[in-house]
Design a protein around this ligand. Structure first.
Ligand code: F6R
Length: 243
């Protein structure tokens, strides 16, 4: 694993955007796996800035997002579909047909998860997967549990995740209780992985995930087994890693 220590959130975002840009420049028709949440917002902002300067071209880029809430319309402002358009897709020249997220409005979980897995395969797999890190070690919506869930599946969100996400909704009751997410194998099959982390509140989980034992109780710990992972974290998030 390569670890880059960033000064702060802005520096982390710029470093991450550099790696994503390099991927797009080297393979203009690449498949990017993308994440939502607060962490990648600065990275997307930086990509948009470079696109506007004429340094990046998304015309052939394809994207697959990690996850989507189950039961939220795409038009809902809290859907990940909406988030991605708001922070990235609306501002760059990506083709709408090349944008993929799980369909949160498909009630048949088995059908939707199989469709999404097959779609990723049909695109030739993910070239570079961007990840954030949950406080409990989740990646995508793979929450701590007894075993690693392999494929795209429907999850019941952990109380802590619901609590963390309530800031985006008017009330905690409105936070969806389920989501579709890529599984651990789906994520691990990406050719390259870029995980970004910011803030002192993530220092304990950065230490546990990347320097502790590999266990499904800390889902991100599985990334220690991937042979091309880059962790970009700011000083605060790296403040508890062993020397
Ligand atoms: C988002 C996702 C989540 C987030 C994680 C960290 O698509 O899959 O795993 O990456 O919850 O969220 P933030 O960045 O808001 O701390």
């Amino acid at each position: 694993m390569i670890i880059y220590k960033a000064e702060d959130y802005k520096d982390m975002s710029r470093k991450a955007a550099n790696i994503l840009s390099a991927q797009v420049i080297m393979k203009p028709d690449c498949v990017l796996g993308l994440a939502t949440g607060s962490t990648p917002i600065g990275t997307y902002e930086q990509l948009v800035e470079w696109y506007k300067k004429g340094d990046l071209d998304f015309a052939k880029v394809k994207t697959v997002n990690l996850d989507e809430y189950k039961g939220l319309e795409r038009t809902n402002e809290q859907s990940y579909y909406h988030f991605m358009h708001q922070h990235l897709f609306h501002h760059v020249n990506i083709e709408e047909d090349n944008i993929h997220l799980p369909n949160g409005m498909e009630p048949d979980a088995k059908k939707e998860c199989a469709r999404y897995e097959q779609l990723i395969q049909s695109l030739g797999g993910v070239d570079l997967q961007l990840l954030g890190l949950g406080h409990n070690g989740h990646i995508g919506f793979n929450e701590p549990c007894e075993v690693f869930e392999k494929d795209t599946h429907c999850v019941d969100l952990a109380e802590r995740t619901i609590e963390a996400n309530k800031r985006f909704f008017d009330s905690i009751e409105e936070v969806p209780r389920q989501a579709y997410t890529m599984g651990i194998r789906t994520i691990m099959q990406a050719k390259k992985i870029l995980i970004i982390v910011s803030g002192e509140d993530k220092a304990d989980i950065v230490r546990d995930a990347f320097f502790g034992p590999v266990t499904p109780m800390v889902p991100a710990s599985i990334l220690q087994m991937h042979n091309d992972v880059t962790l970009i974290a700011d000083k605060a998030a790296l403040s508890k890693i062993p020397e």
